[in-house]
Design a protein around this ligand. Structure first.
Ligand code: CU
Length: 257
């Protein structure tokens, strides 16, 4: 059996980011979440404007990288043959990552990590405002049936999860080109194993790329908190007074851990 040639600590788009990528802490994710709550999240959950969350994550989540530029555009296809453009997702916060289903190592862990994030999001009113998007970097092997079955097998809820692949007429490397636009680097060996880094990208409701969460060791609650700030961002400027209800469910979610 060939060993995977994962270049886990490299392949990240941020030159300034040097954190390790590993699987060890993932196994203790519950503990990490609890630790993040103790050190990272303001108690009472009253204060979570985007600026405050951003400042909190910059100091307490070492795998968080703030970004603010237009997200690379895409036109791709779902397993059911539906065309999806990034513009179609306008109005929703998009949590996007690149994986391929035959990955023997970190892609399944990445999918499971995002499934945990999705479960937290979907336990709240954010469920209708957030879309999770997996993009395969191996369109020739990841056929519609494979795409459809992968998410549920790793705990992802099809309610607000899409697994995208190349559309008719696109080159086979279209999704890998997209991944490169998101800062990834790839090499594809003869046995089809791709070397790649692990990054979760967050795109706001207006299609701007707002953050990367690097590797597998970030605290899921920190990604949820950031996504929550983005879902509230525009409304909050206009309805500062109406935040009580949202605060209470976020506090409740945090109290689960
Ligand atoms: Cu992988």
């Amino acid at each position: 059996m060939t060993m995977p040639t994962m270049d886990s600590p490299t392949g990240t788009p941020a030159a300034s980011w040097n954190g390790p990528v590993g699987r060890r802490v993932v196994l203790a994710a519950g503990g990490l979440v609890a630790a993040a709550l103790i050190v990272g999240v303001p108690s009472g959950a009253k204060a979570h404007s985007l600026e405050e969350v951003d400042a909190m994550l910059r100091s307490d989540e070492k795998y968080f990288q703030a970004i603010d530029k237009p997200a690379p555009d895409f036109t791709l296809r779902t397993a059911d043959g539906r065309t999806v453009r990034l513009a179609d997702l306008r109005g929703k916060v998009v949590v996007l990552h690149f994986i391929y289903t035959s990955c023997p190592d970190v892609c399944p862990l990445h999918a499971e990590k995002l499934a945990a994030v999705q479960a937290m999001v979907n336990a709240t009113p954010m469920k209708d405002r957030v879309v999770f998007v997996s993009v395969t970097t191996d369109p020739s092997r990841d056929t519609p049936d494979v795409l459809r079955n992968y998410g549920p097998a790793h705990g992802l809820d099809p309610a607000n999860w899409l697994f995208l692949t190349t559309a008719e007429g696109q080159l086979e490397n279209a999704t890998r080109k997209l991944a490169e636009a998101f800062g990834h680097t790839f090499t594809k060996s003869e046995d089809g194993i791709q070397a790649h880094g692990i990054v979760t990208h967050v795109i706001d409701k207006e299609g701007r790329w707002r953050a990367n969460f690097h590797g597998l060791d970030f605290a899921p609650v920190n990604l949820v908190t950031f996504v929550n700030a983005l879902t509230n961002d525009v409304e909050r400027q206009h309805h500062e007074q109406n935040s009580g209800q949202e605060d209470s469910w976020l506090a409740k979610l945090k109290n689960l851990f």
